[in-house]
Design a protein around this ligand. Structure first.
Ligand code: 13P
Ligand code: SF4
Length: 365
């Protein structure tokens, strides 16, 4: 019975499945008009065009967290992004606001690589090795429970746009940072701040072991062994190939890419930085971009006087971001109009309060 219910929760109703794209668009616009300011729809840059065209605000994770925190008017926030973003919106929203995620299967493989049970197992072991010298800091691409863990232990959240600034802050508090769940963003950012690779250890949550060869007192960064399954698809081989084929190309990548890739690229930066750098580049320049495909295609379209393409010619989009599509968006909006909103994202009160502390430390800077 439970299996059937969960299947039905993800299955689009027949009337939407048989609807034309034109009709779906017409209905989405019509519901948006009807709901007016009662509805707010933030959309991450990695969302499909068929969804992003309806967004009230578009941005990277930092911009959307700020947007969600500042809109206190809307009764319904329909989040066009992935699960951890909708959770963040719920944490930052007011009591009277309800957050919906159009498809509950829109998760994030990176966020799934750190569970709260794993973190709670790791923490006492790390403290036994390093003493009370560790501050936990988490990329916003993590569950609410992990954000709450960081909040409870005086730590913070970071996004790819402010990771350097937040790590600098973290090192004023403690000698060592436990960086969750993306080892690459942690390694790339700490290295730029002057921390050497020999001062970075890796925590392996599958074997519950610290991977480090030196003396424990030298450790400044403990990198959680997680990664983004989209950004890890960019390789050194891709860079060699693109430079061989296009000697005048500029390679720009997201810091979720591996250390070797970031070091070999011409530039690296958050989603927002990638957009800004290409936008400001002179016409005729060539850009091989190491980030999510929906965004790369959109930049290529918008910056048509430049030659913009993916660093990996066989790249595909983030599959979980792509779960949010036009039919699911319409289904979500119809559920509001019918006064039976579904796919609501709710973070429990205690987790909310602690996670809020971690988010506020970031948003107040
Ligand atoms: P930013 O939006 O911080 O660049 O993060 C990229 C990402 O992978 C979002 O899921
Ligand atoms: Fe998660 Fe990577 Fe997809 Fe972002 S791009 S939602 S980090 S899997």
């Amino acid at each position: 019975m439970k299996v059937l219910q969960s299947f039905q929760a993800h299955t689009l109703p027949e009337h939407i499945r048989s609807m034309s794209e034109q009709e779906m668009k017409r209905r989405v616009w019509s519901i948006k008009r009807k709901l007016g300011k009662r509805l707010y729809m933030p959309g991450h840059y990695y969302q499909k065009d068929e969804v992003i065209q309806f967004a009230d605000a578009t941005g990277d994770s930092l911009q959307l967290a700020k947007a969600a925190a500042s809109n206190k008017e809307a009764e319904y926030i329909v989040f066009c992004g992935v699960h951890f973003m909708a959770e963040t919106a719920d944490i930052l929203s007011a009591e009277h606001q309800t957050v919906l995620l159009p498809d509950l299967r829109a998760g994030c493989s990176m966020a799934d690589m750190a569970t709260i049970q794993q973190v709670e197992r790791a923490w006492p072991k790390l403290q036994a090795k390093l003493g009370d010298n560790i501050l936990p800091v988490t990329y916003v691409n993590s569950t609410a429970a992990i954000k709450a863990f960081c909040g409870e232990h005086n730590g913070s959240t970071v996004t790819s746009s402010n990771a350097a600034q937040m790590l600098e802050w973290a090192f004023t508090k403690k000698q060592c940072v436990l960086f969750l769940p993306d080892q690459h963003l942690g390694r790339n950012t700490a290295y730029d701040l002057g921390i050497s690779l020999s001062q970075m250890a890796v925590w392996n949550p599958l074997s519950d072991t610290l991977e480090y060869e030196g003396e424990a007192h030298n450790i400044r960064m403990i990198l959680w062994k997680g990664h983004c399954s989209v950004h890890e698809k960019f390789t050194l081989e891709n860079i060699k190939q693109v430079k061989a084929n296009h000697p005048d190309v500029n390679v720009i990548v997201h810091p979720e890419c591996s250390f070797d890739v970031v070091q070999s690229a011409d530039e690296a930066g958050s989603t927002n930085k990638i957009i800004d750098v290409i936008r400001q580049a002179p016409a005729g320049t060539k850009w091989a971009v190491g980030t999510e495909m929906n965004l790369v295609n959109r930049i290529a379209q918008q910056e048509a006087e430049k030659n913009v393409f993916s660093l990996n010619p066989n790249m595909c989009s983030c599959l979980t971001m792509n779960r949010i599509d036009l039919p699911h968006l319409l289904w979500s909006l119809e559920s509001i109009i019918e006064e039976d909103p579904h796919h609501i994202i709710t973070v429990d009160t205690e987790t909310k309060q602690l996670a809020m502390a971690a988010l506020e430390r970031m948003l107040s800077r």
